[in-house]
Each structure stands twice: as C-alpha cells, then as structure tokens.
Design a protein around this ligand. Sequence first.
Ligand code: DCP
Length: 135
Amino acid sequence: MSDVPARDREVVAGAIFRGGRLLLAQRTSPPALAGRWELPGGKVEEFETPQAALARELREELAVEVRCGARIGVDVQLSAGLVLRAYRAELVSGEPVALDHAQLAWVDAEELLSMDLVDNDRAWIPELLEELRAL
Ligand code: DCP
C-alpha cells in the first residue's frame, strides 16, 4: 500500500454566462434527478484533463465548442473518491441545444433562485448569483 492517497476522480460542470443569464439544463436521468436542473457536464475520463473533459461533455450534450475558464464555487464531494467541480465555460461556437437533457434554460439571478436545482449544484448558488448580479 502506498502512503500517497489517490486523487479524487472528478466530475466537471460548466457555468456558461451570456447577456446577464446562466445556462441550466434539465436532467432526464437517473429517476431521482430527472426533471431537476444542473450545470451541464460529466465525468473526467482517465488521462483526460478537467478542461478537455468539460469541452468534450459540452460538445456531446449541447453541441457547442467552449473554452474552459476558471473554477467557480466550492468542491462538492459526491462520494468517496468522486468530487464535483464547476468551471466557467466561454462559448466559442454553436448555439446550445439539449442533446442529452430534457430542455435548457437561460436564467437570470431571480430565476436561478426559483429553479429546482439538483442538491449538489445548490452549493454554487452564492457565486453564481454574485456573477449574475454583476453582469
Ligand atoms: N452531477 C451533479 N451536478 C452536475 C453534474 C453532475 O450533481 N452539475 C452528478 C450527477 C451524477 C454524477 O455527477 O451523480 C455524474 O454526472 P453525469 O451522470 O451527468 O455524468 P456522466 O454522464 O459522465 O456519467 P456516466 O458516466 O455515469 O454516464
């Protein structure tokens, strides 16, 4: 056994801001999360950087090209060995469409507070609101 702890596997999620609004996506699965809203993203694959994973996930889920920016909000521990992190994502090309979600919504600060966000993503509300109110 090594003394060096294994690094957590990461799930990345993208915060895309445009025109004073934030992009949210409504999940279709698993049943417990279906209908609830999230920042779109997914698991980082082995040997993949979080930045490359975010670009890949948003290409697969939204049909857009993004540039991954800085972290936003806290680390959310999903389970032993799995951590969820949000990154700003800048749209480079394409218009987001829901390829993997039920629907998309561009929300302002007030709407963000009224959405049924997945519990994990609620941890980021303070920073997301701060950003939306500054836009
Ligand atoms: N998750 C979350 N909030 C987000 C994105 C993801 O709480 N904004 C959670 C939901 C899942 C886990 O992270 O428990 C993995 O997310 P996905 O199922 O969306 O990711 P993948 O599609 O990569 O997973 P899988 O390989 O299981 O299909």
